[in-house]
Ligand binder design. Structure first.
Ligand code: BG6
Length: 477
């Protein structure tokens, strides 16, 4: 048997994309609550004036306000996860449910009680919660007061939040992640870090600053977790971006290397405890001053993560040839050049199962730490047959090929992998376009992109397929 007996099969969601109930139970208004859905979402999150206008004068439909209403459906949803045989369920705690303004004197008891019930529900079925402390959401107050993670003021606030939830859930949660896709700040600073960057400001410098502050906060959370929950494990989380050199020209391979090492530089710090040498040189050359204190260096060095987790959806290609570089794809918010050897999803994300095996080997070689695939899946439009069935063979095909790649990495390459959670096991709001019609789930949620629908849940064909995969521990692929 390739997959270890205790392999953690499951699925993943994030609070803001699933919960809804955006001001219920004492939750504060959060960064994710002031972004519209649709084709202009990406432009909106990159435009501080648009975000400020949405805060001052909210108009129109904000998809995260109601999302899939997991807040009111969690018992039904977790029962369905249990029916599929989930061993783990990855979710995030909405920081703004616990500290509605981020800097409140005391935590919000109703928010804490909500997650108590969610975790109890999981444990009732023997499902291990895998909890992300911060998944692209924080009190909007922290943006307005401090411009998000660009300020060090957030470090003690986050540390207090982490200690609050560790103390509260110490007997319920054994697996933790600090920041979701920490490297996404480089591409979407407001989404990733609550930072608004005006045009005249140095975009790259502010992003690195926000990342440094998160790295220190992440290490302090690791420290607290190790001290307060000796039996628990805490990991990093990054978006992977495996890129192929478009040609055999050395320049293209150099381009690939530059892209990948910037992509993983934050995970390098989280896993190894020090900034990479090239990055120190790069920052100095660019005149970017992060004011890293001796105390910061000590915290980073002494509190590295127990495991490395990541999302994997697709790969891209790179080239320094301007004629080739024009041919952009649209993979996972990063772009990159279209690879002619790969097919794409309806959203232009290139499908590459072998790329997952390559990524697993690359990360294991690089860090020599256990890995956890915490996001993988296919966003696709689903159609209902007249009798209400959803025959999502395309999703099954995507997942099957990727799970085969995981199997080979374990069996043939000896990579240590703790688990696999598919993204959006329940249909949720897409992060990049804010639409629920980009569906990832095994469970269909009756809702459209304007917010209409009964919110009824139903099982797709992939639901039964994944159940069989888990029951056979990955043998019936
Ligand atoms: C990852 C994020 O980037 O990709 C998720 O961690 C996100 O929050 C997922 O939903 C898929 O992206 P999208 O844009 O299709 O929702």
């Amino acid at each position: 048997m390739a997959f270890p007996k205790n392999f953690l099969w499951g699925g993943a969601i994030a609070a803001h994309q699933a919960e809804g109930a955006y001001l219920e139970g004492g939750k504060g208004l959060a960064t994710c609550d002031v972004i519209h859905g649709g084709k202009d979402r990406w432009a909106e999150i990159s435009n501080p004036a648009a975000i400020r206008a949405n805060i001052e004068n909210p108009q129109g439909y904000f998809p995260e306000h109601t999302a899939s209403d997991f807040y009111h459906h969690y018992k039904e949803d977790i029962a369905l996860f249990a029916e599929m045989g989930f061993k783990t369920f990855r979710l995030s705690i909405a920081w703004a449910r616990i500290f509605p303004n981020g800097d409140d004197a005391a935590p919000n008891e109703e928010g804490l009680a909500f997650y108590d019930s969610v975790f109890d529900e999981c444990l009732k079925y023997g499902i291990e919660p895998l909890v992300t402390l911060s998944h692209w959401e924080m009190a909007i107050n922290l943006t307005l007061k401090h411009n998000g993670w660009s300020s060090r003021e957030l470090i003690p606030l986050f540390e207090r939040y982490a200690k609050t939830v560790f103390a509260r859930y110490k007997d319920k949660v054994k697996y933790w992640l600090t920041f979701n896709e920490i490297n996404m700040t480089f591409h979407a600073p407001f989404l990733g870090s609550g930072v608004l960057i005006d045009q005249q400001q140095d975009h790259e410098a502010l992003c690195f600053l926000a990342c440094h502050n998160q790295l220190v906060a992440s290490a302090l959370a690791v420290k607290a977790c190790h001290e307060m929950l000796p039996g628990a494990k805490i990991g990093s989380m990054a978006a992977t971006m495996t890129a192929y050199p478009y040609s055999s020209r050395p320049e293209d391979t150099w381009e690939k290397m530059k892209l990948e090492r910037k992509n993983y530089c934050l995970t390098d710090v989280q896993a190894r405890g020090v900034y990479p040498a090239w990055l120190k040189k790069y920052l100095a050359r660019k005149g970017i001053v992060l004011n890293i204190t001796a105390e910061d260096e000590k915290i980073l060095r002494e509190n590295t993560v127990d495991f490395v987790s990541f999302s994997y959806y697709s790969t891209s290609a790179v080239s320094t040839d301007p004629a080739v570089a024009e041919n952009k794809g649209s993979g996972n918010l990063f772009g990159g050049i279209k690879n002619p050897h790969l097919k794409s999803s309806e959203w232009g994300w290139q499908i590459d199962p072998l790329g997952l095996r390559i990524t697993l080997n690359f990360l294991y070689d690089r860090y020599q730490k256990p890995l956890f695939i915490v996001e993988n899946g296919l966003g696709a439009k689903d159609t209902l047959t007249p009798d209400g069935a959803i025959n999502d063979d395309y999703r099954i095909e995507y997942l099957r090929e990727h799970i085969k790649a995981v199997k080979q990495a374990i069996e043939k390459d000896g990579v240590e992998i703790w688990g696999y959670t598919t993204w959006g096991c329940l249909d949720i709001i897409s992060a990049s376009n804010g639409e629920i019609s980009k569906r990832y789930g095994f469970i269909y949620v009756d809702k459209d992109d304007e917010g209409n629908g009964t919110l009824n849940r139903s099982r797709k064909k992939s639901f039964f397929w994944y159940k069989d995969i888990i029951t056979s521990n990955g043998e019936n692929l």
